[in-house]
Design a binder for this molecule. Sequence first.
Ligand code: ADP
Length: 398
Amino acid sequence: MKVLVLNCGSSSLKYQLFDMTTEEVLAKGLIERIGIEGSRIKHEKTGDEPVIFDVPIPEHKTGVRKMLDALLDEKHGLLKSLDELIAVGHRVVHGGEKFARSVIVDKEVLNVIEECVPLAPLHNPANLTGIKAMVELLPETPQVAVFDTAFHQTMPKYAYMYGVPYHYYEEHRVRRYGFHGTSHAYVSHRAAEILQKPFNELKVVTCHLGNGSSITAVDCGKSVDTSLGFGTVPGVLMGTRSGEVDPTLVLYLMEKENLDTKLMSHILHKESGILGISGISSDLRDVEEAAEQGNQRAKLALDMLCYGVRKHIGAYAAAMGGIDAIVFTAGIGENSSTVRKMVVEGLEFLGADVDPEKNNVRGKERIISTDGAKVSVLVVPTNEELVIARDTKELIKV
Ligand code: ADP
């Protein structure tokens, strides 16, 4: 029972082939530089060394075809025939208010993803291109769309509305949507399993800390608030994104520096955050190292990140009327014991405390709170592809 998972970006395409009887990854790969010179496929059959195919890939459809060729390859592939694929699951960034769960793709679904392009102009067009290429190449195989925004559709209206005139919400759909939904859903679910508690009775704050970061309050299985919003800038300090800023600061800078919207958007998305504050790098590893050597701006970036995460945990504990668990995931959350320690320090009043020895872990599931602490703190590596594969299998009900 094989399911292919596709994550199609503007110039890249990631894929994983799952055997859904065992949930094992049979192969995975990355196609880079689509439409640019030097395009290539890095394909890895589980258990084998990765192989690189240098092939011209002028557009996504060729990329999808080459990926299928790699999966059918006599030496490096795993499929004898494409009929073995029971379905294909696609990551789609924005489902607007229409999709609160994953869906089987049909014409109507394609139209809605298209309608959401203005809300995610960089991502939805690329996601759509991947789906359309797949539909063309495998017209008989069911395609499923899994949305980053869907998990957050359970937020109450008072949490997702912004205080601007109401008609802007009606006319332009401006509201908090939230992102990284599949990740927050997966790690909160896993946390309940690890703690052996019912998911729908647990109050969890999930901290997805990567290049892009978001914190989510998961109250009895439902997302009730999240730190990313209409777009992907608010919340905590990110690699190159600012996190929360006062909107009047944006207007002030635009006026003072004579910046147009494109430039201002570039500053908020690409020049801010850990990079903008530290002046060193957007990569937290570089910044942690510089901070250790006494670089004050690197230390400030680290302090700002951890303070922001801690503040959100406190706010979400208040939003849910309590908290049972804090979960760390994604590149920083899974790997940085420093960040985890700094975030939880100061949350003792809630009953959260990290055991330094247990916290000495990278990329593995583990409870890192002290024995008997009221709030469990966990590291749970995220697995968005598995969620997509599971939803896909579930929807086509084979
Ligand atoms: P993306 O949002 O692009 O998926 P990731 O989840 O891969 O990002 O996270 C990337 C971040 O994780 C980078 O800031 C990187 O520095 C950080 N990271 C990865 N490994 C470590 C580590 N060992 N220690 C600290 N930070 C790490």
